[in-house]
Design a binder for this molecule. Structure first.
Ligand code: CJB
Length: 824
């Protein structure tokens, strides 16, 4: 179906001709070239510069309005912001996408080719970082005063290449050739101390003070990325800190002839913001990572306090003006840092400083996985942040002696259990405990997850302070995840329910009444097919694999982790392949399985799973016996830009984590919004998606969370399932042969071993049969295209709840208590 022309969904701030003039002007004045000589890179930069004429003006108006109103603001501290590309999104939000596309066309350029020049801003690993990006989009759209704070990594998440089926990591250099969206703000540079020792001094008044004599200083240089709200009334800022050597630092060495030494100081300082740690849901415990965390927290707090001090001479109003959201435990060191500033630098007494901290910080928990709950060795803290360790000890002492003692008198075991300091061979600081003890709210990210946070993760803290625990279910921005990535469906909705849905996603509900309408179904499915054709072309271009857009597209895209169970899907593919080989008439519609996933570079089994998927794909895709009924695709370098092509093209959204392990998921929401049906477990936000779309429009399989717990408690034995299901046994044994790796038997055996000798910690074998059974039901349903269309429409029309604007309103209501500020 040809894309219908978009209705104006918001104010067009520039006409096509004005836009054309602006691009040509910037080709010359900003890029130093002209229409005849410019390459696509220059066309892209000139286009951005034209958009920025509008964006920067709104940015200035927004910061003026916030300063004038002196309004309360949220400061979202996050080590990750997975922004993706900004150009198309910003053009949509400013309302000039159509004008820009037409202007470029007049100038002989295709808007897609030009926007393809933009590298992804991949300053995050996965769900947590992408959520932060959706949240700042929503905060700006809803006109809330907000600043995102993070690190200006020189290298974002590695670029993934697949060589011989294996993942190879290559550096990502997203700003090597300049980035038109960022503005350096040297006027707001901060200095950050590190290392050294703490001295106790007594003033003339006899009062004791602590003085931290730092061993080093590094400089934080802020880069501002404009965050353009939809319809661009508000343009907030994402402020990212780049580390540099402090100025005073090298000169002595330099002048004394130590040029090389001064360079090494420089490169040590610059190492802090050099690269994003590529571990998702696991903690490395490395000194540089602790320094990264402290560096961006210290810079951000100085920035917040500097702004506060413009209008206030003491700290009595601080927690009324500023709320600081800790995105997971990564920025927890901001807590002792604020205590240190208030006590050591501002002269407040402990109780007053503590009261301010307790009213300022709130904490979001994103995972229950023990390996992701950060702990720092005490000796490391002592070395890098000696004063902060003292402060943490004092917070802990007061907590244990006052609050734990009051609740559980004389119970030393409980004190040991709840202590922020974990005793043992290596004493550790438990960052999540420090968060819960300090923060006025702790939230989980989906209803089920928030219950588990209370019941399983922090039960005693919940007993102490039940009022501090809340849920805020995650969401995704419909501007990027429908309007910009699926123009065809967006236009269809414009015509069906009007043009307010990018702001009020619940309005899509109006389309549900057409779910049975033959014409509507036809158009809806034609759009899906068009997106599948686009994806099939991309698959052929990137992987050299031909897939039919008439096959059912099963998509599993997310970070590689055992709990997300990509290997469950793989075992299932092997089972289908076997069935087809054994019975060429096996009754199954044509199937394509599409994977996209990066593995942490040090996560051996995850990398083995990628290799296995690729090896199985090689075999299956080239086996003439199965007559193209089954295809397997692993798309390299999964990232936001690729996701924008995959979500609109999926028929089946695979959300197959072990129940109780996926905190929420957000890909599940993007798929449903674009009309895919979920085949998933009762985990994370799948549970709430089911509530919204109805049990008859989702395919649930596997054990629920209680069953998982019960099976584990009873003593799970994966061998029972291996011997109990001949098909499962056969596919596992297959992995040990050289069928998929000719001449190299055993290359895929680590997967089998992890599931048998390794104890199968995520119950893959236990859920296998239920998965394959429910999959058959999905295949049957898909072959009834009318029924399928109806279910797909209902999915897309029913997931308004998962708009990140709703999440933000929940945060405002339950935690942040902000008021909107409308810039002029
Ligand atoms: N999450 O992406 C990460 N990284 C972590 O270290 C911990 C959790 C994910 O956060 C998302 C946003 O809340 C969740 O949707 C997802 O379930 C969780 O795994």
């Amino acid at each position: 179906m040809a894309a219908k022309k978009a209705k104006a969904t918001n104010t067009v701030a520039l006409s096509k001709d004005q836009f054309k003039d602006a691009i040509v002007k910037h080709l010359r004045s900003t890029c130093g070239t002209d229409e005849a000589r410019a390459n696509n890179q220059a066309w892209w930069k000139a286009t951005c510069a034209a958009v920025n004429e509008l964006v920067f003006e709104r940015l200035t108006e927004t910061s003026k309005a916030n300063a004038e109103k002196d309004s309360r603001a949220v400061h979202y501290l996050s080590l990750e912001f997975l922004m993706g590309r900004l150009t198309v999104n910003n053009m949509h939000n400013v309302g000039v996408f159509g004008a820009a596309r037409d202007a470029l066309a007049d100038l002989g350029k295709d808007v897609n080719d030009i926007c393809d020049e933009e590298p992804d801003m991949a300053l995050g690993n996965g769900g947590l970082g992408r959520l932060a990006a959706c949240f700042i989009d929503s905060l700006a759209t809803l006109n809330y005063p907000a600043v995102g704070y993070g690190i200006h990594y020189e290298h974002g998440l590695f670029r993934q290449e697949i060589q011989g089926g294996r993942q190879i990591e290559r550096p990502d250099s997203w700003r090597e050739y300049g980035n038109p969206w960022e503005i350096c703000r040297p006027e707001s540079i901060q200095e950050v101390p590190l290392y050294g020792y703490v001295e106790t001094v007594f003033g003339e008044d006899g009062k004791m003070r602590k003085v931290w004599h730092a061993g080093r200083q590094i400089k934080g240089v802020p880069w501002d990325i404009p965050v353009v709200g939809y319809e661009a009334k508000t343009v907030n800022v994402l402020r990212l800190w780049e580390s540099k050597a402090a100025d005073f630092f090298d000169w002595d060495v330099f002048n004394a002839g130590g040029y090389i030494d001064s360079q090494s100081e420089k490169s040590q300082a610059e190492a802090v913001s050099k690269v994003l740690y590529p571990n998702d849901e696991s903690e490395a415990g490395k000194e540089l990572r602790l320094i990264q965390q402290y560096f961006f927290c210290a810079c951000s707090l100085k920035d917040i306090i500097r702004r506060y001090k413009r209008n206030h001479s003491d700290f009595s109003q601080f927690s009324k003006q500023a709320v600081i959201q800790l995105n997971d435990t990564h920025p927890t060191v901001a807590i002792p840092e604020l205590m240190r500033i208030l006590i050591d630098e501002e002269g407040l007494v402990w109780d007053d400083a503590w009261a301010i901290c307790k009213e300022t910080f709130a904490y979001t928990n994103h995972t229950l996985l023990p390996e992701a709950l950060e702990k720092w060795a005490v000796y490391l803290f002592e070395k890098v942040l000696p004063r902060h360790l003292e402060i943490i000890y004092e917070i802990n002492r007061r907590f244990l002696e006052d609050e734990v003692e009051a609740k559980w008198p004389g119970n030393d075991e409980m004190k040991r259990h709840l202590s922020i300091i974990e005793e043992g061979e290596t004493r550790m600081v438990r960052m999540a405990f420090l968060c819960v003890v300090t923060c006025f709210k702790t939230n989980g990210v989906a209803a089920m997850h928030s219950e588990l946070v209370k019941e399983d993760l922090f039960p005693e803290f919940y007993e102490l302070w039940p009022e501090r625990f809340v849920n805020v279910t995650n969401g995704v921005t419909p501007r990027r995840w429908l309007l910009a990535c699926n123009e065809q469906l967006a236009n269809m909705y414009n015509e069906t329910v009007g043009t307010d849905w990018p702001l009020k996603l619940d309005e899509l509900k109006g389309a549900a009444k057409f779910a049975d309408d033959a014409k509507f179904q036809k158009n809806f499915m034609a759009i899906k097919r068009e997106k599948k054709v686009e994806l099939a072309d991309k698959i052929e271009e990137l992987c050299g694999i031909k897939v039919s857009p008439d096959a059912m597209f099963n998509v599993l895209i997310k970070r590689l982790h055992e709990y997300k169970r990509q290997h469950l899907a793989l075992l299932h593919i092997l089972a289908l392949y076997r069935r087809l080989l054994e019975n060429p008439d096996y009754d199954m519609g044509p199937q394509v399985f599409i994977f996209g996933s990066k593995a942490a570079p040090g996560y051996k089994l995850a990398k083995d799973i990628i290799y296995a998927i690729n090896k199985v794909a090689d075999k299956v895709n080239n086996d003439p016996r199965i007559k193209d009924k089954l295809k397997v695709v692993f798309m390299p370098n999964y990232r936001v830009t690729l996701a924008e092509k995959l979500f609109p093209a999926g028929d089946v959204s695979l959300q197959i984590s072990t129940a109780g392990y996926e905190a929420s998921g957000t890909g599940n929401m993007k798929f449903a919004l674009n009309g895919a049906l979920t085949l998933g477990t009762m985990d994370g936000a799948n549970v709430e998606i089911r509530e919204e779309v109805g049990d008859e429009n989702i395919f649930i399989f596997g054990m629920d969370c209680d069953e998982v717990k019960a099976l584990k408690a009873a003593g799970y034995n994966p061998w029972d399932y291996y011997y109990g299901n001949p098909e499962l046994k056969a596919v596992l044994d297959w992995l040990e042969t050289d069928f998929f790796t000719p001449g190299a038997p055993g290359e895929l055996a680590s997967i089998k071993h992890s599931l048998l000798e390794g104890g199968d910690p995520y119950l893959v074998l236990a859920d296998f049969e239920s998965f394959t059974t429910q999959y058959t039901a999905v295949d049957v349903a898909y072959r009834d295209q009318k029924k399928w269309a109806k279910m797909a429409i209902i999915n897309s029309a029913s997931v308004g709840k998962f708009n990140s604007d709703r999440s933000i309103e929940d945060y405002v209501d339950r935690i942040w208590k902000l008021e909107k500020v409308m810039p002029n």
